[in-house]
Write a protein that binds this ligand. Sequence first.
Ligand SMILES: Nc1ncnc2c1ncn2[C@@H]1O[C@H](COP(=O)(O)OP(=O)(O)OP(=O)(O)O)[C@@H](O)[C@H]1O
Ligand SMILES: [Mg+2]
Length: 201
Amino acid sequence: MALNFRGAEAVVTEISWAGKSAISKFRNPRGYRHPDLDEKLIRERLRNEARLLEKSAEADLPVPSLYSVNLNGTLIMEKIEGPSLEEYLKSNNDLSKISDLGHLLSNIHASGIVHGDPTSSNFIVSSKLYAIDFGLGSVDDSDEARATDIRVLLESLEGHHSDLNCRDTLLAAYSKWNNSGPVLERLRVIELRGRYNLMRG
Ligand SMILES: Nc1ncnc2c1ncn2[C@@H]1O[C@H](COP(=O)(O)OP(=O)(O)OP(=O)(O)O)[C@@H](O)[C@H]1O
Ligand SMILES: [Mg+2]
């Protein structure tokens, strides 16, 4: 069993599940929270992630198949082969993946889901682009939540891959979705608000 990744809360290990490569994701209780509250939060995040993976799969979105949920705090899912988008973009100057990303995010939104943490480490470049890590996601069809998702993604791309002109490519792909208009308008308002607050200090 290889430890792949240990984040702030999740411990991700590669395992074999019914003969297939799988990922086990375990949420670590955090010491500084009250243990009962901790357990409740962990169970809620886990259930949330499982629910959103299932809803995404029903909508035919490219996400890992869910194999098992154990309410002690473990999810077992399909392992998606390939580098994270963050790693991929470090060695490939490939704007077509940013275009795929814009389409994928609009498909996620069109299915009524908001990802909640769409950073470039939460997408995997495989036969197609996959989305993972729905632990902070929600079922939400508001323009505000959708625009916030786009903003988080743009900030992640600008932070990690500032040499590529990701913004225009991402927004052009997202805007192909016929419900994108009010979302992009809301994004503009949110960004203006941010700049105004920055100016006022
Ligand atoms: N299904 C999967 N297939 C392949 N790799 C995965 C899969 N799930 C997770 N990983 C790898 O493990 C890393 C961490 O997983 P994930 O992003 O789900 O956890 P996290 O960021 O710690 O989660 P959270 O923010 O919910 O606490 C990912 O960036 C990815 O490299
Ligand atoms: Mg993650």
